[in-house]
Design a protein around this ligand. Structure first.
Ligand code: OAD
Length: 230
């Protein structure tokens, strides 16, 4: 069975109603990204960071997967599909995709500030005073700027086994995620779907690249139909 590896970014969930990062002057929902998504921000103002992710979590629970997420599930009828997402939402899972690797963490989980292996599901607000069993403050299970990306190795192995790579809705600016393509075999075809496609070193060096200017909910279902009819 052919293996399709799908790398998704914020644009994947834009039509579900979640805003992207860089389409809005580096502001994310009105915030300076570094003040809410870095260890420095957490040390400076925990309440701001907790409130920010509480809002994001509540918003996430109020939106639904779009046609793009749903079409990726259909691909599983004929292909082995591995989704590697930079998104912290759970819309791929809610759509029904079976293999989803979260490079940048998950909004619906929290972890101990003292023990990174203590990770639990969390769908309510997270507040100061919510502690792990050993008595340490819980924090969002999100990879912040400046932190390691623990899932990167697994994502690289998956990408190295790709027969086709689909890239959807990402500006390919944030490394190491943006460099994943380098692990795909040189001859592996790549299809990049984005209304405002970016470029980077890895993309420029592909030998078989097709760029489709369009949105996840519009163009991706067409691409999936073609792949299923092949
Ligand atoms: P960006 O905001 O950098 O890029 C979003 C991309 O989505 C852009 O290329 C847009 O053109 C595209 N886009 C917008 N609407 C779309 C639609 N309807 N369909 C398809 N594409 C659309 O987001 P990412 O590349 O995901 O990291 O950003 C990468 C990382 O930077 C994020 O995971 C986050 C951020 O800092 C962390 O939180 C650690």
């Amino acid at each position: 069975m052919e293996h399709i590896v799908v790398l998704t970014g914020a644009g994947m969930s834009a039509e579900s109603g979640l805003r992207t990062f860089r389409d809005a002057d580096g502001l994310w929902e009105g915030h300076d990204v570094m003040s809410v998504a870095s260890p420095e921000g957490w040390h400076r103002d925990r309440d701001l960071v907790l409130q920010f992710y509480n809002e994001r979590r509540r918003q996430l629970l109020s939106v639904q997967p779009n046609n793009g997420h749903l079409s990726l599930v259909k691909l599983e009828q004929h292909y082995k599909v591995s989704i590697i997402t930079q998104n912290v939402d759970d819309l791929h899972e809610r759509a029904g995709s079976n293999t989803v690797v979260h490079l940048h963490g998950e909004l619906t989980k929290v972890r101990s500030t003292a023990d990174p292996t203590y990770v639990v599901e969390w769908r309510e607000d997270l507040n100061r005073g919510n502690l792990c069993p050993k008595g340490h403050q819980l924090r969002p299970h999100i990879v912040w700027f400046g932190e390691a990306v623990p899932m990167m190795e697994q994502a690289a192995i998956i990408t190295s086994e790709a027969d086709l790579v689909l890239i959807i809705g990402t500006s390919l600016q944030v490394y190491p995620a943006a460099g994943l393509l380098a692990y795909a075999p040189t001859q592996t075809p790549v299809i990049y779907i984005d209304p405002n496609p970016a470029t980077n070193y890895e993309l420029e060096h592909r030998t078989d690249l097709k760029i489709l200017e369009g949105t996840a909910a519009n163009v991706l279902p067409q691409v999936v139909r073609e792949l299923l009819n092949k």
